[in-house]
Design a protein around this ligand. Structure first.
Ligand SMILES: [Fe+2]
Length: 432
């Protein structure tokens, strides 16, 4: 499948989509005024290119460290065809501004030809707020120069570019090119992953050109990796330790909690949660399907995957309890204790609901068939397993202040946090 960008753009982008062969791409590339063709996803079935993302990719480190753990059977394969792909683009092919799906980091390596990679940098930290893409002030077709700076990098053969998650970017092919590309998750950028994943979940059709749901498996493996490495204190080698967060730092604690939150909300954030079994994206649920979804909580996710989601959620909840017994978080200005996991999970859940409300008002679609009441029901299902987070979610929804749009905790608030280990009996030196 490729996009023929010689066809004039109308409201229906599908008019540019064609099925064709690699030979056609080659033939057009040899013509002086050939068509501008862009073939974006030549799937790789072999994991030979996976090391391309090292040493940054935590998901692959987590994968190999958790092979054979419960819920991570040896028969489970890396979803390579969602993580690595080839691209073949003819000169002048253009990909409009977007963010990549599922909060994934991106890598691109030019094998031949050239690409101009254009990155839009917001002048204010809007990418961690709900509704950044709504309203008259924002358009992916023409970014407002009052709000965005634009930087470009020319990628030539041999260059490899790694891009953080949640980055608005576009690409111009400046010479017929063949590239290898890929996606990965990294502990160091996992808070940006939370924002990118929420944007992708709430406004998929507006912000991205594709989706990669099987990548959620990697977030579950990352949870398992954190759990065994930190909570269970399984031995880890130096290369693995580099991907475990340092919980005594503010960012390390937030990275840890971000992975816990993504897994507590694993079902909530899964696109197939809102489809009944075998329900196609463009079809409404029939009566039987509605009954299965509403009364029996049966959806389009396979039994095996739901089992793994439940397992990862259990680890996340236990990891939160462990964190709370081991660490004390104090707000330095007033000396108040902060329940950091509860604050983060409550904020993520409430911002999903608030963001969804706005998306509906804007007519923007996200996860297929996901309606407000369904999202609310799934959040309640997940958070009733951690009642303080459910209460925090309700509290955030009651707030009427300007922080309401934040998807993550306010950076100024985070800077003022002190994190220290709690005293344990092992540290007790006096007499009882
Ligand atoms: Fe992209």
């Amino acid at each position: 499948m490729f996009v023929d960008q010689s066809v004039k753009l109308t409201d229906n982008q599908n008019e540019r989509l064609f099925q064709g062969t690699i030979q056609q791409l080659l033939d057009e590339s040899r013509k002086p005024n050939g068509k501008v063709l862009n073939a974006l996803e030549f799937l790789f079935s072999e994991p030979g290119d996976l090391p391309m993302s090292q040493p940054f990719a935590s998901d692959m480190v987590a994968w190999y460290a958790t092979v054979g753990q419960p819920g991570a059977g040896k028969d489970t394969h890396i979803p390579v065809n969602h993580l690595r792909w080839g691209l073949c683009s003819l000169e002048n092919a253009y990909t409009a501004f977007h963010i990549d799906a599922e909060g994934l980091c991106t890598l691109i390596q030019v094998m031949s030809g050239a690409k101009l990679w254009i990155i839009a940098v917001p002048k204010r930290p809007v990418m961690s707020t709900a509704g950044v893409f709504f309203g008259e002030r924002f358009s992916f077709k023409a970014l407002n120069p009052d709000d965005w700076d634009v930087e470009a990098v020319l990628l030539l053969p041999g260059t490899r570019l790694l891009m953080r998650p949640n980055v608005v970017h576009s690409v111009i092919t400046t010479g017929h090119s063949i590239c290898h590309g890929g996606h990965f998750y990294a502990t160091s950028t996992i808070q940006e992953t939370v924002c990118g994943l929420i944007h992708s979940f709430i406004c998929r059709d507006l912000i991205t050109n594709t989706s990669h749901h099987p990548s959620r498996l990697l977030l579950r493996r990352l949870m398992q990796f954190f759990y065994y490495g930190l909570v269970m204190e399984h031995p880890t080698d130096e290369s693995e330790k580099a991907h475990l967060p340092d919980l005594l730092t503010q960012q390390g604690s937030l990275d840890f909690i971000a992975v816990c939150s993504l897994n507590v909300l694993g079902n909530v954030l899964h696109h197939q949660t809102y489809s009944a079994p075998n329900q196609d994206e463009d079809e409404p649920a029939d009566q039987e399907q509605q009954k299965l979804w509403d009364q029996y909580d049966v959806n389009d996710i396979s039994f095996d995957e739901r089992t793994h989601i439940r397992h990862a959620r259990g680890l996340a909840l236990d990891a939160i309890r462990w964190y709370e017994t081991k660490f004390e978080v104090i707000e330095s200005k007033y000396g108040d204790r902060v329940e950091l996991p509860t604050e983060c999970i409550g904020l993520h859940a409430s911002s999903l609901l608030r963001y969804k409300e706005r998306a509906i008002a804007e007519g923007v679609k996200g996860a297929p068939h996901c309606e407000y009441w369904m999202l609310k029901k799934q959040i309640k299902n997940a958070l009733q397993l951690h009642p303080p987070s459910l209460a925090a979610c309700d509290d955030y929804l009651q707030l009427k202040d300007g922080n309401n749009n934040n998807l993550v905790l306010n950076p100024e608030f985070v800077q003022g946090l002190l994190i220290r280990p709690k005293n344990t009996w092992a540290d007790f030196e006096g007499r009882i």
